[in-house]
Design a binder for this molecule. Structure first.
Ligand SMILES: NC(=O)c1ccc[n+]([C@@H]2O[C@H](COP(=O)([O-])OP(=O)(O)OC[C@H]3O[C@@H](n4cnc5c(N)ncnc54)[C@H](OP(=O)(O)O)[C@@H]3O)[C@@H](O)[C@H]2O)c1
Length: 274
């Protein structure tokens, strides 16, 4: 997406960490926030993909005061992921974070009847342990600011079960639960976390979206996904990453300060919550 129109700079001076910012939904979120003036620390899985994060600055249009955009490789399977992110924030962004988007995920199938211990552990580490460690490390170091935003990218799969994504579904459900506890802890009720009072934590449950992970599916599986999800959607189309990023962008705005502990469905009505 290339925009020549300058958006309102409502996030100027803020810093966002987005895991998995090199491609797909994470990249679209990075473009949304950066085009509103937010500096970005984006992660990816390997140094070879850092150039994709560098190129985000070309996609945010003409900018009188371009925000800082930095990529680091921080594998969500590594126990040092959280430490690496926090260290980069202290070295490059004056030890502050205003927005944390937990986007990178292990989408491994987790097929019932064929599970290995390794597969189970990878899924639990990527989708639960690492997000918990990242938030905890940033809390411990008091890097979160008042009225910060935490967004966990979930999936309609958490409510639409399928025997080939047992662990993925469970991990996303857990992410939604983490947001409820984070919202209760960080809102301002607990003195211990008063430095980040007013912080919101929400999950966004995402429907079928045109990203590499979907387009690289075997054609029969992709067709199966379409057959499963399209009839449920009120707007029956395959989403673009920007469709999801715009919803996440709304949650990061000041106007969303009263939404916390919620699951917001960004699925064209594929999942109706309420
Ligand atoms: N697309 C959909 O239909 C859909 C539906 C529901 C939910 N979601 C959720 O949306 C989020 C983004 O999915 P997507 O479809 O945009 O994925 P994607 O296009 O495949 O992009 C994945 C991003 O995550 C990074 N990543 C992958 N494995 C990683 C690892 N081990 N360590 C660090 N970074 C890693 C990738 O970095 P590299 O470039 O280095 O590989 C890339 O930036 C996920 O949480 C997914 O579960 C997607």
């Amino acid at each position: 997406m290339t925009s020549t129109t300058l958006r309102e700079q409502d996030l100027a001076g803020k810093v966002a960490v987005i895991t998995g910012a090199s491609r797909g939904i994470g990249r679209a979120i990075a473009i949304n926030l950066a085009s509103r003036g937010c500096s970005i620390l984006g992660t990816c899985s390997s140094p070879t993909n850092l150039n994709l994060i560098d190129s985000i600055s070309q996609d945010i249009g003409t900018h009188p005061h371009p925000p800082k955009i930095l990529g680091i490789d921080a594998n969500i399977l590594s126990p040092t992921c959280a430490h690496k992110i926090a260290t980069s924030l202290s070295e490059n962004f004056s030890s502050r974070i205003d927005i944390f988007i937990n986007n990178a995920a292990d989408s491994g199938t987790g097929t019932l009847g064929e599970l290995s211990v390794q597969e189970i552990q990878d899924s639990l580490i990527s989708n639960i342990q690492t997000p918990v460690l990242i938030v905890d490390e940033l809390v411990k170091r008091k890097m979160f600011q008042k009225e910060s935003r935490i967004v966990y990218i979930s999936s309609v799969r958490s409510r639409q079960p399928w025997s080939m994504q047992l662990l993925y579904a469970a991990g996303k459900s857990a992410g939604e639960s983490l947001c409820r506890t984070w919202s209760q802890a960080f809102g301002g009720r607990e003195e211990k976390f008063s430095f980040m009072a007013g912080t919101t934590a929400n999950a966004v449950t995402v429907g079928l979206t045109e990203t590499d992970s979907v387009l690289q599916c075997p054609p029969d599986i992709l067709e199966e996904f379409k057959q499963e999800f399209m009839p449920l959607q009120s707007i029956p189309k395959l989403a673009k990453p920007e469709d999801v990023a715009d919803v996440v962008g709304l949650l990061c705005s000041r106007d969303a300060r009263w939404i916390t502990g919620s699951v917001v469905s960004a699925s064209g009505g594929g999942i109706k919550i309420g």
